[in-house]
Design a protein around this ligand. Sequence first.
Ligand code: HEM
Length: 117
Amino acid sequence: MHILVMILLSVHALAGVFWAGSTLALTHSYFEVTPKLFRAQMGAAAIAVVAGLALWGIVIRGAQDPMAHTLALGAALAVIAAAVQGAMRRTPVRAQRIAAVLLSGTVVCMVIAPYVT
Ligand code: HEM
């Protein structure tokens, strides 16, 4: 089980890093550039969410503690970010800017979650 968690966590973090990192970088791009990465970003988002849900099922399960609540907040922000990127395709740079704020919140929640008491 430890090996599975390590693999899922690695896949989860790598996909999340690409999704959040490209979103942050694209806040400084142009209208023509941003859509070129849309499919890759949504692919990474899907992998991050699926691996995150699998980790939730294995590691968190029914826990109702501050760590679980912090992870849940981060996950909710990520889902909203994906919805914004999907819905605001006519104004892609603005979509990236809104998603960048949301995904920054996700990353902070994910990394501080084990230390929240
Ligand atoms: C629906 C979306 C998401 C869910 C359900 C989710 C779920 C989780 C869970 C349950 C863990 C804890 C794993 C463990 O303690 O072994 C975790 C850790 C982590 N997540 Fe997510 N996550 C989501 C989205 C994201 C995104 C979008 C990113 C990055 C942008 C991200 C980055 C991380 C990182 C870096 C960790 C490791 C934190 C650490 O152990 O220090 N997650 N996630």
